[in-house]
Design a protein. Structure first.
Length: 285
């Protein structure tokens, strides 16, 4: 029993060894395809592939050329735009500079205008004071001398300049610019001052009318000593007196005692008498 148990595995091992040593049977032959047909298919595929590759390369070259051209064109456009931007920036900088200069000049002009207006206001105030003084002086000029010197014409000019100033002030108050005529005001005032100065230091004779104590009117000869004192006497030599400028014109006071002396003064003024010293009353203020 034991010998059979070991013999059977040995037999199986031998059979397996013999089977491994026998040559394998050749595989079944596969029928070969015709060689000409395979070559034709391969050639067609290769040519098609080459054509597609060539077309692809051509398209790549065209795309590259178009890209280079577009790139150059775009670069030129960018340079052009950058140049325009630089030019615009320069123009903007110049415009800002000119704006700043214009603003500065405007501010300077405004300051200068304010100074001019301030100065004009001061000058007009001085002109107001001058006109008031001139009018007071003109009011002291006797009517006969005023007509002789034609002061009424200069007074009319003074009134016209004052009216123009009033209209200008009215326009300014309404917010409208209006130049106040300063030159014409001073011109009229200076003209009047010149004429009054010609009267002031001189003796002037005039024939005027005065009322006698009984109310009757009589012609008298008046001698004006400048614009501060006057003396009068009638032709009969029995009515005489003195005169002084007042706030409303000349004020006259009767003083018959000086009639003879006033006659002598009149003769000297007429150059028909010899110069001499007189003791005539005078009021100094």
């Amino acid at each position: 029993m034991n010998s059979l148990r070991f013999a059977f595995p040995l037999l199986l091992s031998g059979i397996a060894l013999l089977s491994a040593q026998q040559p394998a049977s050749p595989p079944a032959a596969v029928p070969a395809k015709p060689a000409a047909k395979d070559d034709t298919v391969s050639y067609e595929k290769t040519r098609e592939t080459l054509q597609k590759w060539a077309e692809t390369e051509k398209r790549i070259m065209e795309e590259r050329r178009d890209w280079d051209e577009g790139k150059a064109l775009l670069k030129g456009q960018i340079e052009l735009v950058n140049g325009q931007i630089t030019e615009l920036e320069a123009k903007l900088a110049d415009a800002r500079k000119r704006k700043e200069e214009a603003l500065k000049k405007k501010q300077e002009m405004a300051a200068e205008k304010a100074l001019i207006l301030e100065a004009a206001t001061d000058v007009n105030k001085m002109a107001d004071s001058l006109e008031a003084a001139v009018r007071s002086a003109v009011a002291m000029v006797p009517e006969a001398i005023s007509k002789e010197k034609k002061l009424d014409i200069l007074v009319a000019q003074l009134d016209a300049s004052a009216k123009a100033r009033a209209e200008a002030l009215k326009e300014q108050a309404a917010g409208r610019e209006k130049v106040i005529p300063i030159a014409s005001r001073y011109q009229a005032s200076v003209g009047l001052i010149d004429q009054v100065n010609q009267v002031y230091p001189l003796l002037h004779k005039a024939v005027e009318t005065r009322k006698l104590p009984d109310g009757r009117e009589t012609n008298v000869t008046v001698v004006y000593v400048g614009l501060g004192q006057a003396y009068f006497v009638n032709l009969a030599g029995d009515f005489a007196g003195t005169g002084r400028p007042g706030p409303n014109g000349w004020e006259w006071t009767t003083n018959n005692a000086i009639a003879r002396d006033v006659d002598d003064v009149i003769e000297i003024v007429d150059k028909s008498g010899s110069p001499k010293v007189f003791a005539l009353p005078a009021t100094v203020k």
